[in-house]
Design a protein around this ligand. Structure first.
Ligand code: NAD
Ligand code: UFG
Length: 335
């Protein structure tokens, strides 16, 4: 049995589908602070599999302990956390408390019940301004906002945990920019309010919910002046977790992997590809740079390829098509 925290979220729900399709038994937890219970129902529909869902908060140690008592957990995939960079600068204490204390409580219970295998959702944001791209796992770490610092601190907490007890097996996955949706069009990214990320903003402009996209700066030193990122299809990303799970089940230690495609695309390239494959127009306006944005970042994917045996297979067109299908099928998100 694999415990999945944050299972109702964007990446967690897709990972649950891949785990169930691969034959794993799962038990799931989410406090639904940034997601809907319907996502769990849809995972069951897609996979035709049943599993337990506990609508609880990681900060509620008693409730979480019940999950450990009631289920034979062998490993944990830990997605639960708050993830909005802007909000984290306004409410740093909320971010540090939720993300860090939530992880500490989870690890305390894992220690108590001797389940010392965890796959953790980190982020490429821990690299901050890259000295060079593609960026490899041993590049300097310098998170630039409270959200990023929660990820960096949790990475360090997990390293200290292993140093204190060598029977831990920990996989830290640094995601680049997850986009797309399950090809069924029934689960996907469902942001609260106005999206802060590029792809959900684009799909909401294309469907007419928002008037136009603001492109944050066209004066970066990139091919067309707009920011370059490594967009990765969420289904590829979800599959990476199955590979990481195999590693934590069979080895000890702390291993860090970038999960990206290794290719960078500019904002204008994303808009162009989206318009081409969906035949929808995405009106946009160039505005000032967004504070804290880096010009270009994309992954060196060699380590994941060599040690996990994982590579992303889905290209940008498929990412756009699948994001759009989810948007069209669920114009109001999960209701
Ligand atoms: P998401 O918000 O859709 O999913 C996170 C889930 O965790 C939500 O369903 C939320 O309700 C739940 N949650 C938050 N705090 C909780 C708590 N205290 N107890 C129980 N549940 C709690 O986000 P996502 O995009 O699926 O991201 C999953 C993980 O990957 C997060 O840790 C995020 O920081 C990380 N990550 C995301 C991205 C991205 O761009 N989406 C990039 C890098 C890393
Ligand atoms: N962008 C726009 N307009 C928008 C939104 C974004 O032009 O309305 C641009 C950004 O300037 C950037 C690119 O589109 O160049 C991607 O921006 P996102 O906000 O989608 O993604 P970020 O790379 O800024 O950040 C994301 C997640 C972080 C995570 C990071 C990891 O939001 O949580 O990837 O690299 F840490």
């Amino acid at each position: 049995m694999i415990l999945v925290t944050g299972a109702a979220g964007f990446i967690g729900s897709h990972a649950c589908v891949e785990l169930l399709n691969a034959g794993y038994e799962i038990v799931t937890v989410d406090n639904l602070s940034n997601s809907k219970r319907e996502a769990i129902n849809r995972v069951k529909q897609i996979t035709k599999r049943d599993f337990l869902f506990y609508p609880i908060d990681l900060l509620d140690k008693e409730a979480l302990e019940k999950v450990f008592i009631e289920n034979k957990i062998k490993a944990v995939i830990h997605f639960a956390g708050l993830k909005a960079v802007g909000e984290s600068t306004e409410k740093p204490l909320m971010y540090y408390y939720n993300n860090i204390v939530g992880t500490i409580i989870l690890c305390e219970l894992m220690t108590k019940y001797k389940i010392k295998r965890i796959v953790f959702s980190s982020s490429a944001t821990v690299y901050g301004m890259p000295d060079q791209v593609p960026i490899s796992e041993n590049s300097p770490l310098r998170a630039m906002n409270p959200y990023g610092r929660t990820k960096l601190m949790i990475e360090e907490i997990l390293r200290d945990l292993y140093l204190s007890d060598k029977s831990w097996s920990i996989s830290i996955l640094r995601y680049f920019n997850p986009v797309g949706a399950h090809p069924s069009g029934t689960i996907g990214e469902d942001p609260n309010g106005i999206p802060s990320n590029l792809m959900p903003f684009i799909t909401q402009v294309a469907i007419g919910k928002l008037n136009q996209l603001k492109v944050f700066g066209n004066d970066y030193e990139t091919i067309d002046g707009t920011g370059i990122r490594d967009y990765i299809h969420v289904v590829d990303l979800a599959k990476g977790h199955l590979k990481a799970l195999e590693v934590v089940m069979n080895t000890f230690g702390v291993k860090v992997f970038n999960l990206g495609t290794g290719s960078g695309y500019s904002v204008l390239q994303i808009i162009e590809t989206f318009e081409k494959v969906t035949k929808k127009s995405v009106p946009y306006q160039i505005v000032e740079r967004r504070q804290g944005d880096v010009a270009a970042i994309y992954a060196d994917t060699n380590k994941a390829k060599d040690e996990l045996g994982w590579v992303a297979t889905k290209g940008l067109e498929e990412m756009c098509i699948d994001s759009w299908r989810w948007q069209v099928n669920n114009p109001k998100g999960y209701i």
